[in-house]
Design a protein around this ligand. Sequence first.
Ligand SMILES: C[S@@+](CC[C@H](N)C(=O)[O-])C[C@H]1O[C@@H](n2cnc3c(N)ncnc32)[C@H](O)[C@@H]1O
Length: 486
Amino acid sequence: MRHRGNFPRFPQSSRTRLARLFDITETEPAIAAGSLGEGGFAAPIEVNESRFMTTVASPALNPAVRHQYEWLPYPARNPQEERSRLLTTAVDELATINHYAWEGRRDLTKGLRVLIAGGGTGDSAVYLAHQLRNTPSELVYVDLSEASMRVARERALVRGLGKSFQWIHGSLLDLTPDRVGTFDYINCSGVLHHLPDPDLGLRTLAALLKPEGVMGLMVYGQYGRTGIYQMQEMLRRSIPANLPRETQLSLARQLISNLPPTNWFTRGHDLFESIEQMTPAEFYDIFLHAQDRAYTVPQLFAWLEQARLRFIEHTFEARMLYQPMHVFAGQPEMLAHVETLPLSEQQAISELFWGAASRHIFWASPLGRRQATPEDGQQIPCYSHLGEILQLKKVIQSATTPACDFQMSRPGTPCLKVTVSCDPLTRRLIDLIDGIKTVEMIRNQLMQEFQQSAAMMDRVIQHVCQLLAGYDLVVLRHASTSVWKF
Ligand SMILES: C[S@@+](CC[C@H](N)C(=O)[O-])C[C@H]1O[C@@H](n2cnc3c(N)ncnc32)[C@H](O)[C@@H]1O
């Protein structure tokens, strides 16, 4: 789970801090004194727990799935580690969601209603609660596995974040607006592809969204998992089903550790964490799962459509795998043609080119993309959590070269880089971005200092903001909202 795939590479000076910029980022020191909600560590907090167990034995669920996660809660987490680090999940970055889905106009300080569906051991639940710790928010966690819920709840309690949670042990398929209300944001990562009917699962969650609500989803990608499905089939056919599951796990590990170079999983091994480093929960999840399916991009868009949802954007880690500009960088005529095609088709072509998308991590909503734009002078550019972790400002300010390369790469694909010019005007612009000044204020300041026209300044600001926002290094929030710190 910690090493779920791709990672960006950045200038050397910031690289050491980036060892784990996957969909999960580990930041440190985990919790600065005073940054917690009222509770502090391990404060006695009332646990608000419910059980919706009506369909746990229904045909809409595969009992083997529940048994697996009761036995091996996923991902393996030790709640006490909350004392020394915070894991963050890119799909749950609320400032980024605000940028793409709410035109930066959502005042996050006013709080959100959040559902974490199939929350597992709590990575998303904890990070969302952490971000919303000082707001009047409500978080509802649901999972089929009681063992996983216990870990998630303990993690939240250790952080003093338990107060705003409702914990539900049960199936997401049993949630209705009558029972749990409706939500501004629903996280459902790595869950729906384990249902016998993922279409029903997505429609159930879509019915729980407020009209302007957003979902952060992860489902498996077909092409990147080609080797995985061959190995699942091999193990299904070769390991007697009546053996104890521990024995099955051990036999599977032995076989998978000795795959020849010709094997498709071996050929695509760089798309996944190394087998030796996989915890039993990870290994079982990837190779021995009783119920999973994967999606190509066209299937993904069709899946969203049947639930009346519209695609918004992929999270930054794998976004470039879906963008034709990287595929056709050297073929402008083909790029021009491909860019006339529907978005799903553009992404489908790019997905086929790389063959590396093993997980689609993205946002969707009934309204679709509603992105903030720097053309609006009342938008405020802010360094995203990612931009801060990378020390973007410092790296550009201290660069001694005319431009600074921020390289986004993914195992199995060549390096893709974002080049930021380090000329005096851009440097000053980067410096003026402070999460407080609007685009208009920055423009006026630059006009005074550089004696250039407003039109020229607007062009520069828009170019730089769009470039950095394209990789979620900078996000916009509207001046009508309050300052937001993650
Ligand atoms: C692979 S884990 C993902 C956990 C978590 N979302 C994450 O990304 O770390 C899948 C989780 O979905 C839960 N799950 C599967 N089917 C479910 C259902 N119908 N309702 C609620 N949870 C479910 C499992 O118990 C398990 O904890």
